[in-house]
Design a protein around this ligand. Structure first.
Ligand code: SF4
Length: 94
């Protein structure tokens, strides 16, 4: 039996302001979101069910909901973004 996705944008409506979901206006994902498993395609656009404003999420560093990259702080205190191994993602995507 197919497992239902935990988060979806079911019921989202396209409005003049953008995609409206549960009273929030969802903004389209940004370039850095590409590859993230949470990205959901709705009405010809790509949106994030976990965060209404993906650009804001990345403006503060690495998105903590991202499934495709992980932030690590190195010994110098700099934030490094590491792509996650595809095999790990596949293992989790059960
Ligand atoms: S979880 Fe983060 S990286 Fe993934 S689509 Fe949403 S904002 Fe983008």
């Amino acid at each position: 039996m197919a497992k239902k996705k935990a988060i979806s944008l079911e019921g989202a409506v396209k409005t003049d302001e953008g995609l409206s979901y549960k009273g929030m206006i969802m903004e389209e994902i940004v370039e850095k979101c590409e590859g993230c498993e949470r990205v959901a395609a709705v009405e010809g656009g790509k949106y994030c069910p976990a965060y209404a404003q993906p650009a804001m999420k990345w403006a503060h560093g690495v998105c903590n909901f991202a499934t495709h990259v992980r932030a690590e702080v190195d010994s110098a205190g700099a934030v490094k973004v590491n792509p996650l191994k595809a095999s790990k993602r596949a293992a989790r995507g059960r």
